[in-house]
Write a protein that binds this ligand. Structure first.
Ligand SMILES: [Zn+2]
Length: 475
């Protein structure tokens, strides 16, 4: 059969192949378009899901924020509630136990106590409560009281003796709660305070001391008023509980003057310091049983010329002790001992606390109480150190304090001559049981020549000597 030739000029077979290719191409394009559409849909779906997740996260964050906010509000509320509670509770408490802003002290005046009427010239002073009541103890001015009842005052700023016309007396030392009453000692409710300066300078003592130990003075204590007056019905005096009133000791009559001492150097300018006129002013016993108040700082600290020149701070002692020590060094050098210097003298309560704690820390394996006890044999317990008094000095010629100093020629000279200048070897080797402090050949204590000479000659330590001296003063 004869077929007409195709326009394309292709064979039927070629035509068929071409049509097949065309169909295939069309199908392929349709498939691609479908795939693209599917991808777009998927992308849109993903975007929608992500947006939804973002919203969910934001919602969660907001929810968390508000939860915390509410929690904080509740906590804040609780803090305010507790704080307010404490505040109002304390208000309530102070309402129940009020104390006045001020306390007025009345000296003398016309007033009645126990049915007796007393008339005296009146003096008056008003103090802040915090000044009138120190550490929970009501105080009064011993100086103002002495003025009122006519006690005579002798001694130094640090140690003052208040004497009645009858001779009875009390000796008080600033910073110490021990009072010497007619040669015997008692402990007051608080330490003696030194207040004011110049004309207003006064010693303040616990009011209970005046009330309990002063005869012939009427004491009335109200919340905001303290009334002190001479009681015309009783003679003025000082009492000791459980013992009869002791007679005053006339020291000048009982003990002769100390003979002059021949020195190599001219120490005449130092005589008044080596041998103080107020013989007992520097006899204060300071040890574990007789501690100084933590607040005590001597008011007359004086620089020591013979402080070791190795960069340490210039050491200080109380004026009389420092001057007497100067004489000690001048004579010591004149006698050929030239290499001794002062390593330590006055130490504050806080510095002594630091030294003690350092020592305690050297026994880490011991329980605290045992470590403290062990440390206390080497370093004085704060308050019990003589160094706080400004009356003692560590001096030697070794790199550091060592008992080997006790074997040196310098020590032999010092221990044999210290008393001439008013100093004693405070912690001798044979008295450690009594002093509670190990042998310290470098530690010297100023007591004044009178007592230093007696201590040196008797071989007693200060504890023994003071006990004996008090007993003899009492007879
Ligand atoms: Zn010392």
């Amino acid at each position: 059969m004869n077929r007409p030739p195709r326009r394309s000029g292709l064979t039927p077979e070629q035509e068929r192949q071409r049509a097949e290719w065309a169909r295939y191409a069309a199908e392929e394009q349709a498939r691609r378009q479908a795939a693209a559409a599917a991808r777009q849909r998927a992308a849109a779906e993903r975007a929608r899901r992500e947006e939804a997740e973002r919203r969910a996260r934001r919602a969660e964050a907001r929810r968390l924020f508000w939860n915390r906010f509410v929690l904080y509000l509740i906590m804040l509320g609780l803090i305010f509630a507790i704080g307010g509670g404490i505040f109002f509770f304390s208000l309530h408490r102070t309402e129940r136990r009020p104390h006045p802003q001020e306390v007025t002290y009345l000296f003398g005046g016309e007033w009645t106590a126990d049915g007796k009427t007393v008339v005296e010239p009146q003096a008056e002073m008003t103090l802040n409560y915090a000044e009138a009541v120190h550490a929970g103890v009501q105080y009064c001015s011993m100086t103002a009281l002495a003025d009122l009842v006519d006690l005579s005052i002798t001694g130094t700023q640090e140690t003052q003796k208040f004497s009645c016309p009858s001779g009875e007396y009390v000796r008080l030392t600033v910073g110490s709660a021990s009072a010497e009453v007619n040669g015997d000692w008692l402990t007051m409710d608080g330490a003696v305070l030194l207040r004011g300066s110049g004309d207003t300078e006064a010693l303040w003592v616990p009011l209970s001391f005046v009330r309990d130990w002063m005869q012939g003075v009427l004491v009335t204590l109200e919340a905001d008023r303290v009334h002190l007056a001479l009681d015309a019905a009783e003679p003025l005096g000082f009492l000791l509980k459980g013992s009869p009133t002791a007679l005053a000791v006339d020291e000048k009559a009982e003990f002769g003057d100390t003979p002059a001492i021949p020195f190599k150097a001219d120490l005449s300018a130092y005589e008044q310091y080596m041998n103080p006129a107020d013989r007992d002013a520097y006899l204060t016993l300071i040890n574990l049983d007789n501690k100084l108040d933590g607040t005590y700082i001597p008011s007359d600290l004086t620089k020591i010329a013979d402080t070791r020149k190795d960069g340490r701070a210039t050491q200080q002692m109380r004026e009389y002790a420092a001057r007497a020590l100067e004489a000690f060094f001048i004579e010591m050098r004149a006698c050929g001992v030239t290499d001794v210097s002062v390593t330590s003298a006055y130490r504050s309560f806080s510095y002594q606390t630091q030294l003690f704690e350092q020592r305690v820390a050297m026994y880490p394996s011991l329980p605290r109480a045992e470590a403290e006890a062990k440390a206390a044999t080497v370093v004085a317990v704060p308050g019990s150190s003589e160094h706080q008094s400004g009356l003692c000095v560590d001096m030697h010629n070794l790199p550091s304090a060592d008992i080997a100093f006790g074997n040196t020629a310098a020590f032999r000279w010092m221990s044999a001559n210290a008393h001439k200048f008013g100093f004693i070897l405070r912690y001798p080797a044979d008295k450690t049981e009594i002093t509670g402090i190990s042998y310290e050949p470098w530690h010297y204590r100023y007591v004044g020549r009178y007592h230093a000479t007696r201590i040196y000659e008797s071989g007693l330590c200060l504890e023994e000597y003071v006990a004996q001296y008090r007993a003899s003063a009492h007879n």
